[in-house]
Design a binder for this molecule. Structure first.
Ligand code: GLN
Length: 546
């Protein structure tokens, strides 16, 4: 039965990094598991049009959707938790909102009116939120980035206030995620910061309907009662969100706290059925009871901030569970690797992934790493820049092309084995101009890739400007590095493999964006399997064996 779309806003108070995205995705999962169709939207208050131009140190990974949008990494959580495919419409930024409003103003669309934050910016925000419901969802969750009280989130809070007024609170809820800090010296959990963050919301005209309390310790009944009283809430609307071992525990923790049931009551929605979470629970069972444990290295240049490789990290969690194997990812800075320490650095690892990236810093370390893995028959997965480095390494050390490089690093190299794509050459603007989003790829018969995917035609998501230079393809293939996947339209090489190696695969695309709890990505699953095989053969570490 189709119902009118209902909206649930999720705001944050007291501090950033409380996990709004995970709470929103977990609630979405529960509602979906009860038979409702759900989508999630992220509102980002920064002025960048999208996070594509942001350094990963600023904001973590840039997540790429099927339709080629460069988005906030929370969209990755939404896809991984809900098993849905998001798009540009699921991520709105202040930059995008203002850009649209200013373009309309230049086109004369405001008919001589003064263009203002209220109503023009807030109307544009509401339009973006409502636009998603064109796709007939029962429930849309809307996560507002930042913390209440931030200057830049004000228009979003105001748009939420207006929507609640216009649609009624039974159609538009606000969940406020706040922090209940534990003061060690006092030996107590403190509610005052939470009270203040609710007051801050109230001063913008919004009474939250549910308070989700992030805490290191369990909330007593008394404390819940106190929070309820001071924040104008009924007792059942104060929800505990204890720190969890894994983000994937959160849906079940929220189920225990009856967050989904409270939401349905407040939205006046009848429960359709008990949550069906069998696949989720069997994933958790595997995740929590691994039979094996291995270490896989991740060689990259943004390792100080692990959010920079968020989707890769999660893809290993999914693939590890699928192999009943705990994968400990060892983050290694590419600039720290050189020929004299490479063996020492990598010798205990069961496999290595060389990460995506841009620019020259750390390139030599990546190439040295790949040479070691290739020569020692250690499992290797290269993603995007990682694949390009594998091509450069092969050219330098097997094909004898001294100084071979990607023209990204050395525009004047004698052997441009990786070169800028033709359609990128005249592009000046930086934002949204790479080769982005899903493209088809045809897998070669007898390739490892074909075995991994179990089919001939796949699509994967991309984010790059450079490509394998097909002028060199024959030389590579004759020397033992094969093109295993080709874009059928442009002939661009999407996958390289060394068939004589135990497991050596480089992919121009980003498989990590498509790995989900309920659909772990086959490339990661097979890579972990190969690493586990290597580990067992060489008896690395002290593995728990079957
Ligand atoms: N810098 C490389 C390119 O633009 C690789 C990009 C990436 O790793 N995402 O082609």
């Amino acid at each position: 039965m189709k119902i009118m779309t209902k909206y649930i806003f999720v705001t944050g108070g007291v501090s950033s990094s409380l996990g709004k995205g995970i709470i929103a995705a977990s609630l979405g999962k529960l509602l979906q598991s009860r038979g409702f169709s759900v989508s999630i939207l992220k509102l980002d208050p920064y002025i960048n049009v999208d996070p594509g131009t942001l350094n990963p140190y600023e904001h973590g990974e840039c997540y790429v959707t099927e339709d080629g949008a460069e988005t906030d990494l929370d969209l990755g959580h939404y896809e991984r938790f809900l098993n849905i495919t998001t798009s540009q419409a699921n991520n709105v930024t202040t930059g995008r909102i203002y850009q649209t409003v200013i373009n309309k103003e230049r086109a004369g669309a405001y008919l001589g009116k003064t263009v203002q934050v209220v109503p023009h910016i807030t109307d544009e925000i509401k339009r973006n939120i409502m636009n998603l419901s064109n796709k007939e969802y029962d429930i849309i969750l809307v996560e507002i980035g930042g913390t209440v009280g931030d200057i830049e989130s004000l228009p979003y809070i105001e748009a939420m206030r207006q929507m609640r007024w216009e649609l009624g609170r039974e159609n538009c809820l606000t969940i406020h995620l706040t922090l209940i800090p534990y003061l060690k010296a006092a030996g107590e959990l403190k509610t005052k910061p939470a009270q203040h963050s609710v007051k801050e919301l109230l001063s913008s005209g919004v009474q939250p309907d549910i308070l989700v309390c992030r805490t290191e310790h369990s909330l007593s009944m008394e404390l819940r009662r106190k929070l309820a009283l001071f924040c104008n809430l009924d007792f059942g609307s104060v929800v505990e969100a204890r720190d969890a071992d894994s983000i994937y525990d959160v849906p079940l923790l929220m189920l225990k706290e009856k967050l989904d049931a409270t939401v349905l009551t407040k939205l006046r929605l009848l429960e359709r059925h008990e949550p069906k979470l069998d696949r989720w629970k069997s994933f958790l069972g595997l995740l929590k009871n691994p039979l094996h444990e291995i270490k896989i290295g991740l060689v990259g240049k943004y390792i100080e901030l692990q959010d920079a490789y968020k989707s890769i990290h999660e893809a290993f969690v999914h693939a590890g569970a699928a192999n009943e194997c705990k994968v400990q990812l060892i983050y290694i800075h590419s600039s720290h690797i050189n020929p004299s320490n490479v063996e020492e650095t990598l010798k205990d690892l069961s496999g290595v992934i060389v990460a995506p990236g841009f620019g020259e810093r750390g390139i030599e370390g990546k190439i040295t790493t790949i040479q070691y893995l290739r020569e020692n028959n250690v499992p290797f997965l290269g993603i995007c820049l990682g694949m390009q480095c594998a091509v450069v390494e092969f050219a330098q050390n097997i094909l004898g092309m001294k100084g071979a490089a990607s023209t990204e690093m050395d525009p004047n190299t004698e052997f441009p084995v990786i070169d800028m794509m033709a359609d990128q050459k005249n592009i000046q603007e930086k934002g949204g101009t790479m080769r982005l989003g899903a493209y088809p790829c045809e897998l070669k018969k007898d390739s490892r890739a074909k075995l991994i995917y179990g089919k001939k035609n796949i699509t994967e998501r991309h984010r790059h400007r450079f490509e394998f230079n097909n002028a060199y393809l024959d030389q590579f293939e004759q020397a033992g590095m094969k093109a295993a996947g080709i874009n059928p339209d442009t002939k661009l090489v999407e996958i390289v493999e060394i068939p004589s190696h135990r497991w050596f695969v480089g992919v121009q695309f980003h498989p990590e964006y498509k790995s989900r709890v309920e659909e772990p990505h086959p490339v990661f699953v097979d890579f972990v399997k190969a690493c586990l095989g290597f580990h067992q053969e060489y008896n690395l570490g002290n593995a728990k064996k079957k």
